[in-house]
Design a protein around this ligand. Sequence first.
Ligand SMILES: Cc1cc2nc3c(=O)[nH]c(=O)nc-3n(C[C@H](O)[C@H](O)[C@H](O)COP(=O)(O)OP(=O)(O)OC[C@H]3O[C@@H](n4cnc5c(N)ncnc54)[C@H](O)[C@@H]3O)c2cc1C
Length: 485
Amino acid sequence: MDTEVLAGRLRALVGADAVLTDRQELRTYECDGLAHYRVVPAMVVLAASTADVAATVTECARAGVPFVARGSGTGLSGGALPHADGVLIVMSRMRDVLEVDRDNQRAVVEPGVINLQLSDLTRPVGYYYAPDPSSQQVCSIGGNVAENSGGAHCLKYGFTTNHVTGLELVTAAGDVVEVGGKAPDPTGYDLLGALVGSEGTLGIATRVTVRLTRTPEDVSTLLAAFASTDAAGEAVSAIIGAGVIPAAIEMMDALAIEAAEAAVHCDYPAGAGAVLIVEIDGPAPDVRHVFAEVERHCRDAGAFEIRIARDDTERALFWKGRKSAFAAVGRISPDYIVQDGVIPRTSLPEVLRAIAELSERSGVRVANVFHAGDGNLHPLVLFDDGHEGEAERAEEVSGAILDLCIEHGGSITGEHGVGADKAKFMPRMFTDDDLDTMQLVRCAFDPDSISNPGKVFPTPRLCGERPGRHQGAHPLAEAGVAEVF
Ligand SMILES: Cc1cc2nc3c(=O)[nH]c(=O)nc-3n(C[C@H](O)[C@H](O)[C@H](O)COP(=O)(O)OP(=O)(O)OC[C@H]3O[C@@H](n4cnc5c(N)ncnc54)[C@H](O)[C@@H]3O)c2cc1C
């Protein structure tokens, strides 16, 4: 359908000021946090309600036009990258916290609500929203749901999927459906489990019911400095091996520390080859006991300096270096790739050594910042796009790091998602049968493949196509014991 005709219909449904077609305005939305992929959408709709989203999607479905949902656009895998012929449906006008149900420890929010906004609102009544991506000051709950986002404290509290109990979803046909609610564990297939982390390919979340977590009575945070990432990794293994689950264990290597110092002057111990930030929370006596144990493991592993935050200001300073690390790398390199892979945490020392060797061999610098407690690596691969060939070499190193993650029993993404960027890596992890099975789920929700097409799967496939190599009749149908419907 002609863009202007569709825009006219949508203006009549959602309001003239909510539909953008001016190219200059559209360029605001041409990328997400992974800015080297850029596509200008045909149209943007600034949805203000579920009805706006449903009306827009219904028109897209009628016209066979693809659509992409966008939260705050902080994604790092090109998930919210627009479709050149499609409609980008932006959630930033849907920022109301609809209900805080303290007695049931639930909140119901619109998808554009900013992650930290919810915790700020609920903290005065003794609760907060636990999943805490480092981008929490700007990223949206809808984006978190789509990416199944994690954060420093997900080691103890779990990822987004552990905190979402219900969704209102606009399906790819434009229908509004409810999945789950305030009660835990609804009967039947775990559709909520399928939807959280589906990267906008199964529809658009327009309302999210989340679990609220009680604010802990006490919190203690330490910063330990080690000569090397090996020594710091040893401390991590010892802490977890002793059965202690801190709220967070984060590691930064020397290059990442250098960047953070240059950007935010976090004053980490001089000469450290690695620092660990370990946070313990819970009832005060438990925190004291566990904290002493953590401190002992750090010293045994060779920590040459341990600082303990005396108050919230010092705690914030410890975290400032870590939370600003991605952007801080801009101080030591004009360009960089934020990689995201995950490995079993026991493989940390080995994989970090292999990354260092890769960096030395290729001449490409790699800074490491990561959620050490759950083996979620964020290697920052540095390059200068102004120098010929550097970007390609950085891409190669970045891909080789993912191969290392797979070889060690890990995965190509810990929390940033597959999006447009990592679709090509999916066959390195999954067989054709695996991918076909995932496609069947996608086709069940979105038979016309209009909801965020081109993401997650390496090869676009139409849902009418029979997936994979199973071309014959189903053996059960042939035997007459099952019916094909
Ligand atoms: C500095 C920085 C630090 C970061 N740190 C972390 C971190 O610690 N942990 C982590 O997990 N991530 C992190 N991220 C990545 C990013 O912030 C998360 O993936 C976040 O959840 C994206 O939210 P968003 O609102 O920006 O979503 P967007 O980027 O707008 O969209 C992300 C995906 O969600 C889909 N989507 C958005 N809204 C909806 C909806 N309502 N319904 C269906 N699909 C939707 C989009 O189509 C897209 O596929 C970081 C990013 C930056 C820039």
